[in-house]
Ligand binder design. Sequence first.
Ligand code: NZQ
Ligand code: ZN
Length: 381
Amino acid sequence: MQNFTFANPTKIIFGKAVVAKLGPAAAEAGKKALLVYGGGSIKKNGVYDVLTESLRKNGVGIAEHPGVKPNPVLSHVRAGIAKARKEGCDLVVAAGGGSVIDEAKAIAAGALFSGDVWDFFCGKAQVREALPLFTALTLPATGSEMNCGCVVTNEATAQKFSAQGPAMYPRVSALDPETTLTLPREQVANGAVDSLAHIIEGYFTASDTDAAVTDEIVHALARSVVSSTLRILEDPADYNARASMMWSATLALNGLASCGYGRMNFINHAVEHSLSAIYDIAHGAGLAIVMPAWFRHHLETDGPARLESFGRAVFGVKTADRTIKALEAFFRKAGAPVRLKEAGIPAKDIPEIAENAMQLIRLWGMKHEQPEIEKILKKAK
Ligand code: NZQ
Ligand code: ZN
């Protein structure tokens, strides 16, 4: 087990009717909020009304920045920064899924930065400060509600890059599982795949695989994501399954599921970001295509040991091959695409996708070359 530092300052308020608690919390941080949200789901499920009433009742003014698109884009981030400055906002409130929270983080950091916000994403500048951020999460998937990373697409260059920095941890995140009852089935699938991807990246790429406590956290979270998702697919109104899924997805990428693993990498994510950047497909859908292919590659390069332990603990199967099949069957059952062609992506594009992925692979300091990435993608044909 390798040395590690674990620190996570985000306060989580979890359960029914907790969104109304964001007003009092935000009032302690400032007087005017930039309210960031997406295409309108929060107006349909009641989150918008509860949140704006809670902010106003507690004396927090609101300037709205709606229209964040899934796979948020740089131009909209820049517009949000300009609005936050013009309106004199001293805090940011995000309501929605990972895209909304990520864009809110970029705005919160960009509003206090004199340079270009994209510099944070291409490694030219560090995030040193950000406006205080509060979130109401409505889609369990990314873990953005309790981590300090954000992902934005530069639509002019087709680069989907990430920025990090402790200043971007949300101060408080409200997680009400009832707000997820309105999720379309497709987003339930995307969330399940993404949270599983967060759990497995460290587990399978760890430089130190003797960290039993973290392995057991990974196994438990993966079992919980799989069983909660199957319950949700069976009965979308199952509150306890929604609650278990929501907390599992948060814990999957808040730092807990990789403690002691030492050096690790996010290879599935690096490849997927290129699928989202080029074809604008959902992150979860892209991961469902990349992961089974990468697992088959991992079996060839690293052998069956890790896949066997994971499969035994999560799916009750004995071999590496059956583990990969069980994972793929779960993705299919949830309704996610598991091959490039199922998402309408032609195999002839593989070199272009791999070339795009190499940018992030280099930026993240990973030791992979383009031929290897093409080989992985060919297994997803
Ligand atoms: O825009 P609205 O109207 O809100 O609709 C959204 C959107 O269309 C809808 N939705 C959200 N909550 C809903 C709902 N619809 C009905 N009921 C609800 N309760 O769902 C759609 C997808 O939302 P989005 O936020 O894009 O999904 P997700 O949470 O999966 O976020 C994906 C983004 O996060 C990034 C991804 O790359 C992608 O850009 N990631 C962020 C990470 C992080 N910050 O740590 C890590 C991840 O690996 C990931 O890269
Ligand atoms: Zn992810």
